[in-house]
Design a protein around this ligand. Sequence first.
Ligand SMILES: NC(=O)c1ccc[n+]([C@@H]2O[C@H](COP(=O)([O-])OP(=O)(O)OC[C@H]3O[C@@H](n4cnc5c(N)ncnc54)[C@H](OP(=O)(O)O)[C@@H]3O)[C@@H](O)[C@H]2O)c1
Length: 311
Amino acid sequence: MRVLVAGATGVLGRRLVRHLSDGGHEAIGLTRDERGDGIIRELGGTPIRANLFDADEITSQIDSTDAIIHAATAIPKKQRPSGKDWEVNDRIRIRGVESLVEVARRTGAQHLIFQSIVWVARPDDQSPFDESAPLNPDSVTQSAATAERIATNASGEYGFTTTVIRGGWFYAPDAHHTLSFGDALRKRMLPVIGDGEARWSILHVDDAASAYAAAVEQRPEGIFHVVDDEPVKVGEFFRHFAERQGAKPPRSIPVWLARLLAGSFSTEFATTSFVTNANRFKETTGWRPAYPTFREGLDQVIDTWVSEGRL
Ligand SMILES: NC(=O)c1ccc[n+]([C@@H]2O[C@H](COP(=O)([O-])OP(=O)(O)OC[C@H]3O[C@@H](n4cnc5c(N)ncnc54)[C@H](OP(=O)(O)O)[C@@H]3O)[C@@H](O)[C@H]2O)c1
């Protein structure tokens, strides 16, 4: 299959290009610069130099596709992102999906896959939820909810299948947040906020990529949660992460202090549970995570860092 990947040079996209080309598909990766061209070629894909927002620029270089994946992001990397920082990400979600719907229409794609996040449907009472839960976005996740709706409506309008994959919280040896959290834990500068009892459904990015590859091949219709098998308490994750790096356990700080130091967005995120499962995706596609819990996943992160000389 001929698969256009937007976000091909990102932490998820790089794995996707490799998965798809290893699986015998033609992976066309979108990038905006020469550095991206090299990354995509090295992974076995073919680069297209274009801006996500410019459907004309994209379709002037590719006239047919079977599937299109939106895996582009601009999740702010700052500790205290501003509203302006999130606006860029909002635009990538909303304008990005509108542009890719147009590319799908013009290139005859039969399948559009949009990357969303499970916490867009996190209930206010923080109880476990699944794909049947109503959307419950906040100011940061509203754009994911809007983009999900655009992608889903377009499938009815233009006759292609839309798959929305809502991922758990990503971690991987090369993911920006994993690298910065690992570094801060080694310096004992990343505290556990409050009691650390909030639970997250998380996902190693290798498993996210294998889920997208399964979705490309099986074209399941609808919304799917893709997470590992064991929601983890935030405090337990960071204590284990510190211990595996040979660091002292992280300190604990009260919520009010965290709000002052890290801002309200990071503090709310760290102290709010989102607990879900991937049962629907597993039953539909047969997909299983290679890293079923954070323990195996963090082992892989640490092994990779040791082999790279980072630890
Ligand atoms: N579920 C989750 O927890 C979740 C989901 C998504 C992301 N994240 C996190 O967010 C962080 C960033 O992810 P990442 O590493 O993939 O991001 P990244 O390295 O910044 O890559 C972003 C990708 O989006 C592309 N892109 C951005 N704007 C574009 C535009 N206007 N036109 C075309 N392409 C555009 C970039 O392409 P270029 O080659 O043109 O730069 C790049 O491929 C990571 O820490 C990741 O773990 C988490």
